[in-house]
Design a binder for this molecule. Structure first.
Ligand code: GLC
Length: 465
């Protein structure tokens, strides 16, 4: 019987997709052949971190393929499309981004949480062949810097330290209850019929997947309305940031932004670019401080902010994103204690398969609906990184180790699925199914690989090396 670690390798091999574009050969890993048949930004950043332990050249190629569709303004998109696959909705023609395509490589028009910088740093650090790693770094570093300049310029024009996301899909946690209030800014009645007809005709996630687990129809209309608006504005991000009815300072997105800036700063110093290194460190600190200002003592949560059309409304929904600032610098012992007590509370996050993406005692919690409760390996990974960062605190150390083993056990016992029912766990009656979404999932396989590394807990984070 192959071990789960060996099976993880098979999943990542099975999901390899090779394609020739612009006279180059690209190797990408698709999230799942059952539905997600293109390349997703933060999935690929995660795949690369797993792949470096299996076949470093695949990790390099994963990142090279991801940056291949970078726009001239620096955007690295949420989806880079495989031109031979036409089934996925919304595919290239719905985004209307052709004029930004890099030759034959077309993409969506929005981005995803900026895990890329941390991923490139991790791949570089863990590459056994240092010469190959240096070549890889010189090949990808300019694109990473350009992406960070794009994010800083277009997503934080007011220089607040916090980037703005303009679509729930940019948050990566598409259907999180944190977005319920901000999405109310878009009244369904105001959405043109043409957009609704498009969704009614082409939407496929709820047909290929289980529709009771997927986002609701009204939200889907809103998602496609935003795509329609932005394409009407010709993807002019100055205009989008000012006018989008959905514009949020997202805590999880910004925590990854701070971490990836630390990583980028450290990579710049590796190649002797000390001015850039100082700049990216400065903006990492600016973001970490801004995140700390989003801590609410009365809610004991980090709060996102709805900044659409000049508003400033904080969002206090108890979800997993409140733990993501643990990945950033300077979280105070008092805040750490408060987060630890949430993580250890069985009525909130200490469930049989931890960690639910929405607190169990949140009235909007659901066991199976997308991002509204189920456990995802990726959000567990972020919490593990955050606890690791604060490992001088013995409680963080214990929680980190227990979360590593519970995440692995969850995958050992339920397979390489997209997400899991947090309330079921190992001792389920009649071995009831606890795994949902699409199967043979690369994220899950990559994270299993990562969490199986014997020296994982010795990892020194960017500012620690
Ligand atoms: C879904 C998730 C998103 C992920 C993508 C591919 O859209 O919400 O975070 O990147 O699937 O796995």
């Amino acid at each position: 019987m192959p071990s789960t670690k060996e099976k993880a390798k098979e999943v990542l091999l099975h999901n390899l997709y090779e394609v020739d574009l612009n006279n180059n050969h690209y190797r990408r890993t698709v999230p799942s052949r059952e539905f997600y048949i293109h390349q997703w930004n933060w999935d690929s950043a995660t795949h690369a971190m797993g792949l470096v332990h299996i076949d470093p050249s695949r990790a390099y190629d994963e990142i090279i393929a991801l940056i291949s569709g970078q726009w001239d303004n620096g955007l690295i998109a949420q989806i880079t499309f495989n031109p031979n696959e036409t089934k996925y909705f919304p595919g290239p023609k719905f985004w209307n981004t052709k004029q930004f395509s890099h030759g034959e490589i077309s993409t969506s028009g929005i981005t995803q949480p900026p895990l890329l910088g941390f991923s490139i740093w991790y791949v570089y650090q863990n590459s056994p062949d240092k010469k190959a790693a240096s070549e890889f770094l010189s090949q990808v570093l300019p694109a990473l810097k350009k992406y960070h300049y794009y994010l800083k310029t277009f997503r934080d024009p007011e220089d607040s330290g916090l980037l703005t996301v303009v679509h729930p899909w940019e948050s990566g946690l598409d259907n999180s209850p944190r977005w319920d209030e901000p999405l109310k800014n878009i009244s369904v009645d105001s959405i043109p019929d043409s957009v609704k007809i498009l969704v009614n005709t082409y939407r496929s996630d709820d047909k290929i997947g289980n529709n009771t687990h997927r986002p609701g129809l009204e939200d889907y209309y809103r998602y496609m309305y935003l795509v329609h608006l932005f394409s009407e504005w010709n993807w002019d991000y100055t205009k989008i940031i000012t006018n989008s009815p959905f514009a949020v300072k997202d805590i999880l997105f910004n925590s990854l932004w701070a971490l990836s800036n630390e990583a980028l700063s450290s990579l710049c110093s590796v190649v002797g670019e000390s001015e850039d290194s100082a700049y990216f460190l400065k903006i990492a600190h600016q973001t970490s401080e801004a995140i700390q200002n989003q801590w609410s003592d009365s809610d004991s949560l980090f709060l996102d902010i709805d900044v659409s059309r000049g508003q400033h409304k904080t969002i206090s929904t108890n979800t997993i994103s409140t733990f993501s600032p643990l990945m950033t610098s300077g979280i105070t012992p008092k805040i750490i204690d408060s987060l630890i007590s949430r993580l250890s509370d069985p009525s909130q996050y200490a469930t049989p398969y931890p960690l639910p993406t929405t607190s169990l005692n949140n009235p909007v919690f659901e066991t199976k609906r997308y991002w509204r409760g189920p456990t995802w390996p990726i959000t567990n990974l972020f919490t593990i990184i955050g606890l690791h960062r604060n490992r001088q605190n013995p409680k963080c150390l214990l929680l980190r180790d227990s979360l590593i083993s519970s995440t692995k056990q969850m995958i050992d016992s339920s397979g390489f699925f997209e997400y899991f029912d947090p309330t079921l766990g190992l001792a389920r009656p009649n071995n009831q199914n606890a795994a949902y979404g699409f199967g043979t999932f690369s994220w899950t396989a990559a994270i299993y690989t990562l969490l199986s590394q014997p020296n994982l807990t010795d990892l020194k984070l960017p500012l620690e090396t």
